[in-house]
Design a binder for this molecule. Structure first.
Ligand code: ADP
Length: 529
C-alpha cells in the first residue's frame, strides 16, 4: 500500500470555495444567529472553510420561502414538460461544472476524484435526467364506478419537502432527493450533512442559474440536532425524506409523528451480505467482493460488509481476498492511483477503529489491515476478518434483531426478535468503514438464515452460476435490492430502498417519484337522476 495524504502535488485540483452561506429564497444569506461551523478536510484534518450554521429560525425562513413558492409560485403550476425543460437546463449546468463539483466532494468528504468524475457523479446526473424526463409523465386514472358515477384521479405534488441527507455521496444524495421532488412540482429545503456542505451550496447556485424559481430549492447547512431536528418537527413541512443512520431515522420519524404527521421516507443503515457459492470462479468473485466491501471506503449503506462463503472454497477465497485487499492503495483522493481515500471525519475514523478492536477481542481472525495509516488524515487500512461467527436460527424466526428481545404479533406472523449477545459485533453492526467480515456456511438454508440474521435489509449479493440457487436465494432474502453476480449496479430506473430496519420508501424509478405526489379523487355522477 502506498500512502500519500494531503499531498501538495494536488493543490492545483483544490477548488476555490465560493459558497459558504445558507441559500434561502434564491439568495446566499448568513444564518440568523451569525454563527458558523468549520468544515474539515479529512486528508489533512485542516479547516477548509467556515460555513453558515443554520438553526430553527433559518429553517423557518427556508420553509416560509418554500411555502410561498409552493402556494403562489410558478413551479407547481407549470406544465410537467416545462419543469422538465428547466431541469434539463440544470443538468446541462451540472455537467459543465463536473470538475469543480467532483473536487468539492473529494475535498470535503475524501471521495475519489477520478471515480467521482467518471462514474459516481455521472450516475447522479442520470438520475436528474431520468426525472426531468418523467416530469411530463405524471398522470392519474379515469374510473367507471358503481351507482352511475365516474371518477378521475389527480396526482398532485405533496407540498414542501424537507430533505435531510448524509455525507457519503453529497452530490449524489442532493440530486437523488431533489430531482423526483422537482419533477413532482414540490418545493423544498435540503439540509446537507455538517461534514460535507460544500457541493450542496454550489448545486443550489447552479439550480438558480438554470431558472429554477426562487424558493423552490433552499439549502440550510447546519447540524442534525438543531437544523435537522427543526425540519423533522416543523409544522409546515409536508414530507421529510431522510437518508442516514437507523438511529437518527427513528428520531426523525418520531418528530414527524409528534408534530404534524408529515409523510416520511427513510433510507437507513445496512449490513449487506454477499453470498458466494462454491461453484463460482473465485478470482472474478473477489473483484465483486472488493468492490462491494470497500467502495467509498466502506462508507456506503449497501456495502457488502458480510461476505458469506460456502465451505468448499472458503480457504481459497479468504487467502486470495486478503491478498487482493493488501494490494489496494490508500491515499490522497485526488491521486488517480488511489483506491481508497480517508474516512470522512474523526468521529467515523474512531468508530471504525473501535469496531476493529471489537473484532480482535471477540476472536475473529484479522486477515489483513486493522490499523490506521499515514501521519495525518483519517486513513484506515482495508481490513478483513475471517472466522466471524453469527448466531442464527431457522425455526419461526422471521426477523432477528440485534437490538432488543421482543415478541411482536401481527395478523398472521409471529416475529421473534432475539438478542444476539453472542454475535460478534462486526457481524451485526453497520460499521460504515473499510471492514469486511467473512463468514463460512455449508448449505443454502444456512446461507439464507445467516444472510437474513441482522436487523437490516437494504441490499444483498449472490455469486453463483446456478440459476436455481440464484432465483431461490434472491426470493428468500429480505432486502430491497439483490445483485446476482454483480454489485453496486444501480440505475436511475431501478427502485431501491430498505426492508426491515433499513427503512421504507424507494429512491429511483417511478416509485421514487410517487412519494412526492399525493392522489386526489374527483367523482361526478354520469347523469342527473
Ligand atoms: P451518519 O451516521 O451517516 O452520519 P446521520 O444519521 O448521523 O448519518 O446523519 C444523516 C443526516 O441526518 C445528517 O444531515 C445529519 O445532520 C442529520 N441528523 C443527525 N441528527 C439528526 C436529528 N436528530 N434530527 C434530524 N436530522 C439529524
Amino acid at each position: 500500500q502506498v500512502h500519500n495524504n494531503g499531498n501538495s502535488k494536488y493543490s492545483d485540483k483544490i477548488p476555490k470555495i465560493k459558497f459558504t452561506k445558507l441559500f434561502i429564497n434564491g439568495e446566499f444569506v448568513d444564518s440568523v444567529s451569525g454563527k458558523t461551523f468549520e468544515t474539515i478536510d479529512p486528508r489533512t484534518e485542516e479547516v477548509i472553510a467556515n460555513i453558515a450554521e443554520g438553526d430553527k429560525e433559518d429553517v423557518d425562513l427556508a420553509v416560509k420561502a418554500a411555502r410561498e413558492a409552493f402556494d403562489h409560485g410558478p413551479w407547481p403550476r407549470m406544465s410537467g414538460s416545462e419543469r422538465g425543460r428547466i431541469m434539463m437546463k440544470f443538468l446541462q449546468l451540472v455537467e459543465e461544472n463536473i470538475e469543480e463539483l467532483a473536487a468539492l466532494d473529494s475535498l470535503d468528504a475524501g471521495k475519489l476524484f477520478e471515480l467521482g468524475k467518471a462514474a459516481e457523479i455521472p450516475f447522479a446526473f442520470s438520475v436528474l435526467r431520468y426525472y426531468a424526463g418523467a416530469a411530463d409523465k405524471i398522470h392519474g386514472k379515469t374510473l367507471r364506478m358503481a351507482n352511475q358515477l365516474q371518477g378521475h384521479t389527480l396526482h398532485e405534488p405533496v407540498g414542501v419537502v424537507g430533505h435531510i441527507i448524509p455525507w457519503n455521496f453529497p452530490i449524489g444524495m442532493f440530486l437523488m432527493k431533489t430531482s423526483p421532488a422537482l419533477a413532482a412540482g414540490c418545493t423544498m429545503l435540503v439540509k446537507p450533512a455538517e461534514q460535507s456542505p460544500l457541493s450542496a451550496l454550489y448545486l443550489a447556485h447552479l439550480a438558480k442559474l438554470a431558472g429554477i424559481p426562487d424558493g423552490v430549492i433552499n439549502v440550510v447547512t447546519g447540524f442534525g440536532e438543531t437544523a435537522g431536528a427543526a425540519i423533522s418537527s416543523h409544522m409546515d413541512i409536508d414530507c421529510v425524506s431522510f437518508t442516514g443512520s437507523t438511529e437518527v431515522g427513528r428520531v426523525v420519524m418520531q418528530a414527524a409523528a409528534t408534530s404534524n404527521l408529515k409523510a416520511v421516507s427513510l433510507e437507513l443503515g445496512g449490513k449487506a451480505p454477499l453470498i458466494v457459492f462454491d461453484d463460482v470462479d473465485v478470482d472474478s468473485t473477489i473483484n465483486i467482493a472488493l468492490k462491494g466491501g470497500f467502495a467509498n471506503k466502506g462508507e456506503y449503506c449497501v456495502c457488502s460488509s458480510r461476505i458469506l462463503v460456502q465451505e468448499g472454497i472458503y480457504d481459497e477465497f479468504v487467502t486470495k481476498f486478503a491478498l487482493y485487499a493488501k494490494g489496494m492503495i490508500v491515499g490522497d483522493p485526488f491521486d488517480p492511483s488511489t483506491h481508497q481515500g480517508p474516512q470522512v471525519d474523526k468521529q467515523q475514523y474512531e468508530k471504525v477503529l473501535s469496531y476493529i478492536e471489537h473484532g480482535k477481542r471477540q476472536g475473529a481472525t484479522l486477515l489483513t489491515g486493522g490499523k490506521p495509516c499515514g501521519e495525518k488524515g483519517y486513513y484506515i487500512e482495508p481490513t478483513i476478518f475471517s472466522d466471524v461467527t453469527v448466531v442464527y436460527t431457522f425455526a419461526y424466526v422471521t426477523h432477528i434483531c440485534c437490538i432488543s428481545s421482543t415478541l411482536l404479533c401481527t395478523n398472521n406472523h409471529v416475529y421473534v426478535f432475539v438478542c444476539l449477545q453472542d454475535d460478534m459485533l462486526i457481524a451485526t453492526d453497520e460499521i460504515f468503514g473499510p471492514v469486511v467480515s467473512v463468514i463460512k456456511f455449508k448449505t443454502i438454508e444456512e446461507a439464507i438464515a445467516k444472510a437474513n440474521s441482522t436487523c437490516y435489509g437494504l441490499a444483498a449479493g449472490i455469486a453463483t452460476n446456478d440459476l436455481n440457487i440464484a432465483n431461490t436465494v434472491s426470493r428468500s432474502l429480505r432486502a430491497g435490492i439483490i445483485w446476482i453476480n454483480c454489485y453496486l449496479a444501480f440505475d436511475a430506473s431501478c427502485p431501491y430502498g430498505g426492508y426491515k430496519m433499513s427503512g421504507f420508501g424507494r429512491e429511483f424509478g417511478m416509485e421514487g417519484l410517487y412519494k412526492y405526489l399525493q392522489v386526489k379523487s374527483v367523482v361526478t355522477p354520469l347523469h342527473n337522476s
